[in-house]
Unconditional design. Structure first.
Length: 240
């Protein structure tokens, strides 16, 4: 009886491993995106804790230098404030070096590491600050968990689900309290960028203390492997 049971278990294990191998073979390996002038993304940003922070953000590539995009970006606050420009600087992979006055030192906000594949993982330790005070220290571990369909306002995408977990410390004379944080994001090669992003950081005073969400609403980008073959979700004549 034991022999038959073990035999059935081995068969089931073999089938499961074969299925996983076939699935892994189907999941593609994403290469560094090829940026093109005119690539545009429109995102909906909102914070569950602070509703007044809700906004629409539009970012357009106006140049490419050393493989990295140069952005023209503007933000429209849902509270009714006028549109305003902001600066966003990334490396060639699309990882933020600065965003709207917040600078990332050390390894930078390295949420992407190409070539990208399921199971890949890396560490990213960086500082985060606006230059007016001692920057915060962030230590994260990032892993690509799956390749799956994700739903956004811009449509459905095949995307890599990536999770970054770590610790955040407000470095006040190196005496700041440590706090955990989690970032979950979906990178779609078709869009060249993250199409959905979620960030939470707990607090001893409220739960969560920060809960950011970023969802792609519209995009107009060249094909990843062809600058002339355009795939786009139509943008209005004047994007917000």
């Amino acid at each position: 009886m034991k022999t038959k049971t073990i035999g059935k278990w081995l068969v089931a294990l073999t089938v499961s491993m074969a299925a996983f191998g076939a699935w892994a073979a189907e999941a593609p390996v994403a290469q560094t995106p090829q940026w093109a002038v005119g690539d545009t993304w429109v995102y909906h940003y909102y914070n569950e804790v602070e509703g007044a922070m809700e906004s629409i953000r539009t970012e357009t590539v106006v140049g490419v230098k050393d493989g990295a995009p140069i952005y023209e970006a503007k933000i429209h606050m849902k509270s009714g404030n006028a549109d305003s420009a902001y600066q966003r600087v990334t490396d060639a992979d699309g990882n933020e070096l600065s965003n709207n006055g917040i600078n990332f030192g050390g390894d930078g906000h390295k949420l992407l590491s190409f070539p990208l594949s399921v199971g890949k993982e890396w560490d990213a330790d960086y500082t985060r600050g606006d230059g007016t005070a001692t920057p915060a220290i962030v230590k994260t571990h990032v892993k690509v968990l799956a390749y799956e369909t994700v739903h956004t306002d811009a449509g459905d995408f095949q995307a890599y689900r990536i999770e970054a977990t770590g610790a955040f410390q407000m470095n006040l004379s190196k005496m700041g309290a440590m706090s955990t944080q989690r970032e979950t994001m979906w990178y779609a090669p078709e869009a060249k960028r993250l199409v959905k992003y979620e960030f939470t950081r707990p607090s001893m005073f409220r739960e969560p203390s920060v809960a950011w969400h970023l969802d792609l609403m519209k995009m107009s980008v060249s094909r990843p492997n062809s600058a002339s073959d355009s795939a786009q979700a139509a943008l209005p004549a004047s994007a917000p």
